[in-house]
Each structure stands twice: as C-alpha cells, then as structure tokens.
Design a protein around this ligand. Structure first.
Ligand SMILES: *Cc1c(COP(=O)(O)O)cnc(C)c1O
Ligand code: SF4
Length: 334
C-alpha cells in the first residue's frame, strides 16, 4: 500500500486538468445559470469540443451569461454561421518545414510541441485543425533538433501548440537540454495559456528548469481580460520574474469581450501589476465559426488610437494581424 502511494505522484495541475468542464449544462449549473433553451447553442460542441478547467470557471461571475470569460469558452449557435472570408485554415499552416515545425520568420522557429489545449477558446484559429491527434513524438522532435543544427540563422525556438505546457515537466526539460547543445540557439520562448486557466501549472520544477537554462527564457501568456488574472496566477508570475524569466502577454481583440477602451486599460494595468508586459494585441484570424468575435477594422483602429492616448508606451501592446507569407506579424496602425 505504501508502494502504491510512492509510485505515482500526479502533479496538482494534472488533477485539475482532469476535472475540467466538458459539458455546457454542467458549467452553467455551476454558475447558477439555467441551461434550458440553450440546446441549439450547445450543439456547437460538435464543431469544436468544450473544455473549461475549474480554476478558470471560478473566475466567472455567477449568474452572468455575459461574463467575458464565459463568452470565450461557451459554445454558441453563431458558430454555425457561414460567412464569406472566414475559412477553416486562415493561416495556411499546413505548409510546415517538417511535421510540427514552422519556420516562417527568419530568426525563429515555432515547434508544435503538444497538440491539445487545457481550454478550448471558441475563437481559436486552430479550431478546425486536427491538432488533438497531432502530437509530435520524440523521434520527430529529434528531427527538429537536427533541422535547428542545420539552420544557423535561427537563434530562438518557440514552443507552441496546442499548448506546449500540456507536456510534462520532464519532457520540457528533455527538449531544453537538447536545444542547449546547439550553440546558435540563444532564446527559448514558450507560448502558453495553461497557467492562466490552471495556475498550478507553473510548478517550481518548471520554473527552475527555465531559470537554470543557458537559454534566455521567455514565457508568453495569453490573457484577454483582466478578470483572468487570479491572485494565484499573479503570485506565480511574480516568482517567475524573480527567477529572471521574461513574462509577456498576447491577447486577441474580441468583440463583446475586450473591445472597450476600459477593458484594454484594465487588462494592461492588471498585467503590469502581475509583472507581465503586454506584447501583442492580435486582430482575430478569420476562422470559420468565429465571425461573431470579429470587430470591424475601423473600430479596432479607433480603439487603438484611444489606447495610445490612455496608456504609457510600455503598457501598449502592438496591434498586429497575421498575413500568410509575410516576413513578420503585420502592424496595424491608425
Ligand atoms: C507569431 C509567430 C512567431 C513569433 O513571432 P514574433 O513576432 O517573434 O512574436 C514565430 N513563428 C510563427 C510561425 C508565428 O506564427
Ligand atoms: S489556448 Fe490557444 S491554441 Fe488553445 S484553444 Fe485557446 S486560443 Fe486556441
């Protein structure tokens, strides 16, 4: 019996991951919202599964169907709407250099380190991408290592996904170790939303691995609204910064969620209070099923102009969009 207890110590974050809401009815009941009459909305689960970790649901306001966190994750009948210009694969990502490796920008390579995510955001540009079944295995990652050895112009590796922090700490540590052996790689970047929806994902193990690496580590979180920053997340972020790891944020501009000036000011202020620097504000990628989250470009520009007048430069994210074939993200300027 003692043996059993010692054999598998499952990290807290994995336990919390397993307790996620996957049925809209359950999530709404948890929020004291009557799910009756919303069946047509729930059917959108067939287009893209629902997945909401409990720590994220805990940040939603009880009884409010318009809560800005809930609206990011609740299936809606609007997702069935077919709108010209909104397509399955807006970034044409299927043209990768190797399976799971994207080398679009000269100095940095993006590795699809893990397929799935802890949370399924309804606006996700990968909602039609079969990434759940697209886990890159160790042999493929070793091919990535070889590719990186052969490409001296690359100095930064980005772990992305899905969500790269769905991988276990040991797996992340193994890959970092492989990268460290390539002299021209200087930086490691991790793009993840997992610590936002399950703050216990920032284990001391992971933080120590990043802090002790020869590579300069940058963690880029994905937070769209100030309410997503719990005390627990802010505390974890402070310990990340104390260890010398950079913390940035990218958000997506979402109609009905963060399109008001006040939302953006509150977000930047809350990020800075948690030691996170705003990096990018992305215009929505035009993915089929997410058109109701999009904002007309003139409105986005008007909002950005107001943000420029309201925020210090270092709290102003760069407004960008992604255009296939361009050498970088494309700035959008008023
Ligand atoms: C967004 C992105 C990057 C990173 O771009 P930065 O401007 O350096 O943040 C790298 N590779 C791919 C394929 C990307 O989509
Ligand atoms: S965490 Fe990122 S990749 Fe995953 S569903 Fe949300 S937006 Fe998409």
């Amino acid at each position: 019996m003692i043996q059993q207890a010692v054999a598998t110590v499952e990290p807290q974050w994995q336990k919390e991951l397993k307790q996620s809401f996957t049925r809209p009815e359950e999530l709404l009941r948890f929020l004291n919202i009557e799910p009756q009459g919303l069946e047509a909305d729930f059917a959108a689960r067939d287009l893209f599964a629902m997945r909401v970790p409990r720590p994220f649901a805990n940040l939603m306001t009880k009884g409010d169907l318009n809560d800005p966190l809930l609206k990011q994750v609740l299936p809606l009948k609007e997702e069935f709407k077919q709108v010209p210009g909104y397509v399955a694969d807006p970034l044409a990502e299927h043209k990768s250099a190797l399976p799971g490796l994207l080398h679009k920008y000269k100095s940095r390579v993006l590795v699809v380190f893990r397929g799935g995510c802890a949370v399924n955001c309804r606006y996700c540009f990968r909602r039609h991408f079969p990434y759940q079944d697209n886990n890159v295995n160790k042999a493929q990652l070793l091919e990535h290592i070889q590719y990186l050895r052969d490409h001296a112009e690359v100095n930064e590796v980005i772990l992305s996904g899905g969500d790269p922090l769905m991988a276990k700490d040991e797996h992340v540590a193994w890959f970092i170790n492989e990268l460290e052996a390539i002299p021209h790689i200087l930086r490691l970047r991790i793009h993840s939303r997992l610590p936002v929806v399950i703050p216990s994902r920032l284990t001391s193990n992971l933080i120590d691995t990043l802090a002790s690496s020869r590579l300069k580590a940058v963690l880029v979180l994905h937070i769209n609204h100030a309410n997503e920053i719990s005390d627990e997340l802010a505390k974890a972020c402070r310990s990340v910064r104390e260890k010398g790891i950079w913390l940035l944020n990218q958000a997506v501009l979402l109609s009905g969620i963060n399109h008001e000036l006040e939302d953006q000011i509150n977000l930047s202020e809350a990020l800075f209070a948690a030691d996170i620097q705003p990096y990018y504000l992305h215009l929505l990628d035009k993915v089929a099923g997410a058109s109701h989250f999009d904002l007309p470009e003139t409105d986005a520009l008007g909002l950005y102009q107001a943000m420029m007048a309201a925020l210090p430069g270092f709290l102003l994210p760069r407004l960008v969009r992604e255009i296939g074939g361009e050498a970088s993200k494309t700035p959008v300027l008023p």
